[in-house]
Each structure stands twice: as structure tokens, then as C-alpha cells.
Design a protein around this ligand. Structure first.
Ligand code: DLZ
Ligand code: SF4
Length: 510
């Protein structure tokens, strides 16, 4: 009996479970729809990436002999959502007698899909997404008897399971599981930078760029500057370029930031991986091989593999374990609205300007920009988690809720009742000064805590600790910080509090 096989915009993998299970008379449905393109105000590069990659993927499927029904954006007036697309496909193909898909990546859409069986009166089969190493069920089993979920322990199990960077005695390569401490160097400004690979848009991408420009006029970014990979082949080229040219230094400098160098030694491949153009096992094996061949040091290979099989799988597991309640958490009762400069980069704070400008230009900024600059600022100023998480979901090309929400709500905002992080990643200007050269190019003075021209991160940091002392004062990992605060003379504390309040009441002016 022929089936309708629905493939979503982040499921562009030839080895997708539902494609592995496909039969010759099944019909594949892919659809560009308004509901998915507008549930958040996606960056224009994210829209071009997804639509163009979908069109290229559909062409490949057709060339392989599959029957593909592809609905282009705005060409089917009755089709505004994935549900509409399924309804349309079933009218066109009344012979189809069931629906098959690989489980989707977001709770929101999963709820919509769960209604199809009743709505269309057809059996619906959903396959586990085995593009992840750890299934939702395996994660739930791991989490079952634990009071606390810590990435490090999950990661060790994933290393044993995947056998990546393990020696023949089943011990971690080099004797340690984690080399993160070796990965926190500041980057010398004159170190040669090798940019990530970019790709000239082909005719399909150019069409999509025009479409996005026409239909999404107020979204962040300029669609005409789009230069990302849009096929699996290009994405693999981009990743191999990273392994050969950048990975060796990725380890040492993964937390560093430099003026006008948005990429440093990062791969910029998360957006390809998260829509299925890259395969996580293939990526990890390439990185492991580069280490075995003596081309990259262990701290680089381990640091990269940890992001993929540790952190990425861990946040996905937690997301599915804890949704939908997870999204409603707001541990520190943060309520302030997001300042307009998150959309424009128009702020004098050089660090924020740099992190946001690269977001506008490339739908990308690296993890320290996200965690320790824009995220840290949002934490210190008590920005409303709904607004902040929606911003991250919208502006990054790699952002889908399963990965974005735990990283933002849990890691950056410490708003998830300490499920993800055991302490808030709050930092003063000193951290940014240590890890970047931004402060040398900033009108604010990083050495000043309060008074005219003081770096806002400083008073905000102490103000954050002071304001939340009831909730955070007992946190063992913050003892040193609280001791430093309590050592300050009362008069200085008062001046800092006043300065922090002044900033909090006029965020838009920073
Ligand atoms: C993100 C996205 C966008 C912008 N557009 C589409 C689309 O038009 N059609 C589609 O199938 N998928 C799209 N996606 C990806 C889905 O939103 C994605 O499958 C869910 O976010 C679940 O991860
Ligand atoms: Fe950012 Fe403060 Fe440094 Fe300016 S001085 S770049 S605001 S940390």
C-alpha cells in the first residue's frame, strides 16, 4: 500500500530513517510553508539556507527515482502549514493509505503532526531519528535514576558507546576524558586567519534569495549576501576545509574572540549538521582520523567531538525529556524586555556590537559570543526568557528549538532550575577583556566598575549577584564571587548598586 512520506526542512539526509524505509510506489512530500517560515522571525539567511537546501535535496531524490511532490513557497494558496500540505498531497494522491515520517525536531510541530492520524483518518507511523547517536528513549533511560543531569557523565558514556578517541583498553585517548582547560586561550590578533569556505549561489539559490527578499522584508539580514553551502556535497567540502585548515587551532582558541573576526577557528558547520546535510558520525570520524594522523592535537579533536556527541546529544535528550514544561521555567523571575540593539547592533558596547553584527551579517556567531556576550548580558540584565529564547531561535541559522532552548534557557540564562548548568555563567567585563581584544576598541572602560564611562558588565555583574543573593548565595561554585562582593566596603557596594540600577533603567542608551 503506497504511503505519503513527509520530509521536513531539517531532515535533508539521504540516510534519514523514513528514506531508508521507502518503497517504490510511496510519494515523498516536501513543502515550503508559511507556518514553518514564520513561527519565529527567522534570519533571512536561515530561510534561504533551508528553502534552497530543500529544493536541492528534492532534485536529488527525484534523480534517484523517487516520486516527489514539492510545494514551493506561495505557489499553493491553500497551503500555509505542514498540515495543509499533507491535506493537499492526499487530495492529489487519493491512492495513499498511510503517512510515514521521521520524528521531527520541535515539540510545537510534533503536536501538530500528532493530530494527523485523526484529521486524515489514516495510520501515521513515526520513526526514531537515528541521525542522533542517542535516541530519545535511550536518553530517558540514562536520565531515569539520576537526581542531576551532568553533561560530563553522559559524554563519557557516549565516548564508550561510540568508541571515538578510546584506546584498546576502552580508556580515553591520552588518559583524560576532557581537555577543556587547554581550550581557553586568548588569540593573538596577528595569528593568520583562514576563513570558512563560501559558495557562489547557483540558479536555485538565487531564485530563493529573491523569494526571501520579496516575502520576508522585515527579517534580520540581507538575503543577497548569502554564501552558505546548500547541498551535502558542499557541506562536506566546507567541513573538510575546516578539518584541514582550522581544526588544529580550534582547540586552543575555541573560547577566544577577536575584533572583526567572527569565525576564528570555528567550523561554521552546525547549520549544515542541524538540517541533515552533514552526518555526525562522519564528522567525528574525520576529526578522529586527523588526530590519529598527527595533523591536529588531542585537545582540538576531543573538544570538537565533545561538542557533537556530548553537548549536542545531551541538550536534545533534555529537551525531549522535559518539554513542554521546560519552556515555561523562569528561575530568576526575569522580566525586562529585549533592548532594540539585539536586532540592530546599534550599541556602543563593542563586545555586544561585534556579537550582534556577525549575527546580522552571517546568521552566525560562535558559542562564546552567544554564551558570554549576548547571553551573559541578558542574564545580568534579567531579560525576559521568552523574548531572549525567541531571539536566539530566530537569528541563528543553526537554531531549532531542541538545541536552542536548553542552550539559552538553561545555559545562558540559568532559568531552568539548574537542570543544565550548576551555576550561572555570569561574568564581568574582566572575562571579555581576557578572552578578546574588544575592550581596547570600546568607549567604556573595562577597569572601572561604576561612574562615568564604566564598563556596564562590571556593575551589572555585581548587581546580579547582589540582587539574587537569596537564590544563589548558597551555590558552592559562587562562593568565591560572593566572598569578593562581601569584602567590598558598604559604600562601594552602594555605588555599584546605584550604577547597576542606572544601567538597568536605561538599557537602550548603552
Ligand atoms: C525552519 C523551517 C523553515 C523556515 N521552513 C520550513 C518549511 O517551509 N518546510 C519545512 O518542512 N520545514 C521548514 N523548516 C523546518 C521545520 O520548522 C522543522 O522541521 C521544525 O522546526 C522541527 O525541527
Ligand atoms: Fe564589552 Fe565592557 Fe569590554 Fe566594552 S569594556 S567591550 S562593554 S566588556
Amino acid at each position: 500500500m503506497p504511503r505519503l512520506v513527509v520530509i521536513l526542512g531539517d531532515q535533508l539526509s539521504p540516510a534519514l530513517a523514513s528514506l531508508e524505509a521507502i518503497a517504490t510506489d510511496d510519494v515523498i512530500l516536501m513543502a515550503e510553508v508559511m507556518a514553518e517560515a514564520s513561527y519565529t522571525k527567522h534570519h533571512s539567511h536561515k530561510l534561504v539556507l533551508i528553502f534552497s537546501a530543500m529544493r536541492h535535496f528534492a532534485d536529488t531524490l527525484q534523480q534517484l527515482g523517487h516520486q516527489v511532490l514539492y510545494l514551493k513557497f506561495a505557489e499553493y494558496p491553500s497551503v500555509l502549514s505542514m498540515t495543509d500540505a499533507v491535506a493537499y498531497a492526499l487530495t492529489k494522491h487519493p491512492e495513499l493509505s498511510s503517512i510515514l515520517l521521521t520524528e521531527c525536531g520541535e515539540y510545537r510541530l510534533e503536536q501538530e503532526i500528532a493530530r494527523w492520524q485523526e484529521q486524515f483518518n489514516l495510520p501515521l507511523e513515526q520513526l526514531s531519528d537515528d541521525r542522533f547517536l542517542c535516541s530519545r528513549q535511550q536518553f530517558a533511560n540514562w536520565a531515569k535514576d539520576r537526581q542531576q543531569f551532568r553533561m560530563e557523565y553522559f559524554y563519557r558514556e557516549m565516548r564508550r558507546y561510540s568508541r571515538l578517541l578510546m584506546n584498546d583498553k576502552n580508556q580515553p585517548e591520552g588518559g583524560k576524558w576532557n581537555y577543556d582547560k587547554a581550550n581557553r586561550k586568548a588569540c593573538p590578533p596577528d595569528l593568520a586567519q583562514i576563513p570558512p569556505l563560501q559558495f557562489e549561489p547557483d540558479a536555485i539559490t538565487r531564485d530563493v534569495m529573491v523569494l526571501v527578499e520579496q516575502h520576508f522584508t522585515d527579517n534580520m539580514g540581507d538575503a543577497t549576501t548569502f554564501r552558505l553551502a546548500v547541498t551535502g556535497k558542499q557541506a562536506r567540502q566546507a567541513f573538510l576545509h575546516f578539518v584541514e585548515q582550522q581544526l588544529a587551532q580550534f582547540g586552543d582558541y575555541q573560547d577566544a574572540m577577536l575584533l572583526d573576526q567572527p569565525f576564528l577557528f570555528h567550523s561554521i558547520c552546525s547549520m549544515y549538521l542541524n538540517i541533515g546535510l552533514l552526518d555526525v558520525r562522519w564528522m567525528c570520524l574525520k576529526v578522529e582520523q586527523a588526530y590519529k594522523d598527527g595533523k591536529v592535537p588531542l585537545n582540538a579533536a576531543e573538544g570538537f567531538i565533545r561538542q557533537l556527541i556530548g553537548w549536542r546529544e545531551f541538550v536534545r535528550g533534555l529537551y525531549w525529556l522535559l518539554m513542554p514544561e521546560y519552556k515555561t521555567r523562569n528561575t530568576l523571575a526575569a522580566q525586562r524586555p529585549l533592548p532594540a540593539f539585539y536586532w540592530t547592533a546599534k550599541t556602543q558596547m563593542r563586545c555586544m556590537q561585534q556579537a550582534i553584527q556577525s549575527t546580522i551579517d552571517y546568521a552566525y556567531s560562535h558559542h562564546i559570543h552567544r554564551l558570554m556576550v549576548t547571553g551573559n548580558f541578558a542574564l545580568l540584565t534579567a531579560l525576559n526568557p521568552d523574548e531572549v529564547t525567541d531571539w536566539y531561535l530566530a537569528v541563528y541559522a543553526d537554531a531549532f528549538e531542541w538545541v536552542e532552548l536548553p542552550n539559552t534557557l538553561g545555559m545562558a540564562l540559568f532559568a531552568d532550575d539548574a537542570v543544565l548548568a550548576s551555576k550561572p555563567y555570569a561574568a564581568s567585563g574582566k572575562y571579555i577583556q581576557r578572552m578578546s581584544n574588544y575592550c581596547q576598541h570600546c568607549p567604556y572602560d573595562v577597569k572601572k566598575i561604576y561612574g562615568e564611562g564604566a564598563c556596564p558588565f562590571n556593575a551589572l555583574y555585581w548587581g546580579f549577584l547582589d540582587r539574587n543573593s537569596e537564590q544563589l548565595g548558597g551555590n558552592a561554585r559562587l562562593q568565591l564571587a560572593y566572598q569578593q562582593w562581601h569584602k567590598k566596603p558598604e559604600q562601594e557596594q552602594q555605588a555599584i548598586r546605584q550604577h547597576a540600577d542606572l544601567i538597568l533603567n536605561s538599557l537602550e542608551k548603552l
